[in-house]
Design a protein around this ligand. Structure first.
Ligand SMILES: Nc1ncnc2c1ncn2[C@@H]1O[C@H](COP(=O)(O)OP(=O)(O)OP(=O)(O)O)[C@@H](O)[C@H]1O
Ligand SMILES: [Mg+2]
Length: 313
């Protein structure tokens, strides 16, 4: 399968107040063409830095990155023609209407007038904001503005879409209309590079996931591949029948209200279900969610760093 994006040893160092900060360190990431990649990571992990380099608005300080086989530094103009971006916290021009915003954007990208208007209308309908198509942006709520931006990139003919937290601040229904638009783009075989803090969203939409922490890529692959690599792939909720000390040998236990939450691996999960059946205990068991996986992967990295720091002091 062709590659939509390929980063090799990508690094970005920010110089700041006489010092420096490495926002990305040796990132090797491949995104196959036509897939939705969910890039997740805590605040400051380097997601926006990665998106800005990929979309040619920031230069890397080491390594290389190709989008659609084109180098983002030496072939930036060609890259720009084939991608569309929603930068984090970007806002549309306040004096335009959503319909103007989307159609002018398409005109700038070379679409004829009529076609631009027709495609803009379709995109506004897709994002369920047709009703506000002729309302000036400064009279729209934050969520409607954000959806206008999503309509803009969706309406374009870009082959790779970079969406940096497109659903932050959207209500649950608005978020779903953005999800539908992303799925549609994916059906059209476009590549979507999505960053989000909503792990349920990343889980629902992404064909592949990448986890960044402190500028390092900790994991990449399909959700199933990433899940298969964690130490505790099962989550067990225990309502009755077991005490904390009964559960502790199986894995980490925490309390949630009146219940116990246990993370464990396959063989102990089987043993525990058998015991629960025998004694009529109430437990529920299933695979871990992406949120659990994230906490395991990133939590382990933070712990390792803390141990390293302690050892060094
Ligand atoms: N212009 C800059 N100068 C110095 N440091 C910067 C600059 N831009 C970003 N950084 C630092 O680089 C790191 C990565 O920032 P980045 O914006 O890529 O994170 P992020 O993963 O997008 O975070 P968030 O989830 O909060 O959006 C952070 O520590 C940030 O403080
Ligand atoms: Mg960011």
């Amino acid at each position: 399968m062709a590659e939509a994006l390929h980063a090799r040893g990508l690094g970005r160092r920010y110089h700041w107040r006489g010092g420096f900060h490495d926002a990305l360190v040796g990132v090797d990431l491949t995104v196959p063409s036509g897939c939705v990649l969910g890039l997740i990571g805590r605040n400051g992990a380097g997601k926006t830095t990665f998106v800005r380099i990929s979309s040619t608005s920031l230069l890397p300080t080491s390594g290389s990155l190709e989008v659609l086989g084109l180098d983002v530094v030496t072939q930036a103009d060609e890259v720009r023609e084939r991608i569309a971006v929603i930068p984090q916290e970007s806002r549309p021009l306040y004096w335009m209407t959503p319909l103007e915003l989307v159609s002018y954007y398409l005109r700038l990208r070379g679409a004829p007038v009529r076609e631009a208007r027709a495609r803009a209308k379709d995109a506004l309908a897709q994002l369920e904001i047709s009703k506000w198509g002729d309302t000036q942006v400064n009279r729209l709520s934050g969520g409607l503005r954000r959806r206008s931006m999503v309509a803009m990139v969706m309406a374009s003919d870009a082959e790779v879409l970079f969406l940096d937290e497109p659903t932050t601040g959207l209500d649950p229904l608005a978020r779903r209309s953005v999800w539908e638009a992303i799925r549609k783009a994916s059906r059209e075989r476009r590549t979507v590079f999505l960053t989000t803090h909503y792990l349920e969203e990343a889980e629902n939409l992404s064909d592949r996931l990448a986890v960044l922490e402190g500028g390092h890529l900790l994991a990449q692959g399909t959700p199933a591949e990433i899940a298969s690599r964690v130490q505790y792939p099962y989550r067990v909720t225990v309502e009755s029948g077991f005490r904390r000390e009964d559960l502790a040998p199986y894995g980490p236990v925490s309390q949630i209200g009146s219940r116990w939450l246990l993370f464990t691996s396959e063989a102990p999960a089987r043993e525990l279900s058998r015991k629960a059946l025998e004694k009529g205990a109430r437990i529920s068991l299933g695979p871990v969610s992406l949120e659990d996986i994230f906490v395991q992967i990133v939590g382990k990295e933070i712990e390792a760093e803390e141990v390293g720091e302690d050892a060094a002091t």
